[in-house]
Design a protein around this ligand. Sequence first.
Ligand code: APR
Ligand code: ZN
Ligand code: ZN
Length: 366
Amino acid sequence: MQQVRAVIARAKGAPVELVTINVPDPGPGEAVVAVQACGVCHTDLHYQQGGINDEFPFLLGHEAAGIVEAVGEGVTEVAPGDFVVLNWRAVCGECRACKRGEQQYCFNTANATQKMTLEDGTELTPALGIGAFADKTLVAAGQCTKVDPSARPAAVGLLGCGVMAGIGAAINTGGATRGKSVAVIGCGGVGVAAVAGAALAGSSPIIAVDIDPKKLETAKKLGATHTVDSSKVDPVEAIREISAKTYPGAEGADIVIEAVGRPETWKQAFYARDLAGTVVLVGVPTAGMMVPELPLTDVFGRGGSLKSSWYGDCLPSRDFPMLVDLYQQGRLDLDAFVTEEISIDGVEAAFERMHGGDVLRSVVVL
Ligand code: APR
Ligand code: ZN
Ligand code: ZN
């Protein structure tokens, strides 16, 4: 066991605290990782606000990269000294999804079995089974994905959650490729990552939609060919017009990604989609939101598919090393997502800055 600094949320809505925690030595199938960088995500804020569940105290942080310090019995996939990005999809290999070759849908993903605790022994709930606003964290070995050790930790750690969700929503879930048009509604961290994913896949046009002009500027930097301020113009009309310029007769974009998580923007995505196109919901709705009323004839008549994307349907072992390599080659600008590097005592202030809309990601560097 060792003691390290960590950021916890003790009770619903209370400001986060920097405390000392106990990290057990790794048991069978587990690894202790010395965290180098961890991004501040909306999900951490949702945990602190009690929006995920009531299992306080939470050990926050989950978009992280670091060095494996020690591994437990039976661990073969990583070894001490490996540079890894942490994931929340350590696949089991045994469930029905895994057995049919669809590990990205694994129904039985693993976390560490032992618990990290406060000094008084109170068990902590790590955010998304990771808990990486800490000098060290204990995870299941399968949550560690080895990547190019020369990559910048603050940038590649972001692949652990939001950036992967966006890139994967475009490529894995939406099937973005050359010859297809893509529109993204909502260009926060997840949405601009979807824009970057569509650009990587060679899609064109790539239409970015937001109500905040600053977000649209960032989307342009990451590969949007067109931007639409939906506080000023009807985004459905705009997406149809822009798509039809490249593909005459198109009645919308082939793939429309909703990265806000609201019924009204999902409805825009539904109608901004070409016949037989795909809608991808990657924005996370909150309890009580309902699917908007739609004529069933429109659902049938427009064909295509309406999908949801959890974690960008990623398979960390396949996607993380590939995306890190593209980053290292200058083909995926992960640095653009790092608005600022902060220290471990800056998480509460970073939560406040999230509301301002100027920050894509604040990243705690340890
Ligand atoms: N139309 C278009 N864009 C909108 C609208 C709207 N009606 N309302 C909000 N937006 C934009 C915001 O301006 C912002 O740029 O959506 C974006 C949301 O981005 P963030 O708040 O930064 O959230 P992000 O981290 O990108 O996550 C997006 O996925 O992980 C979930 O909880 C998260 O539901 C959220 C979504
Ligand atoms: Zn499985
Ligand atoms: Zn996250």
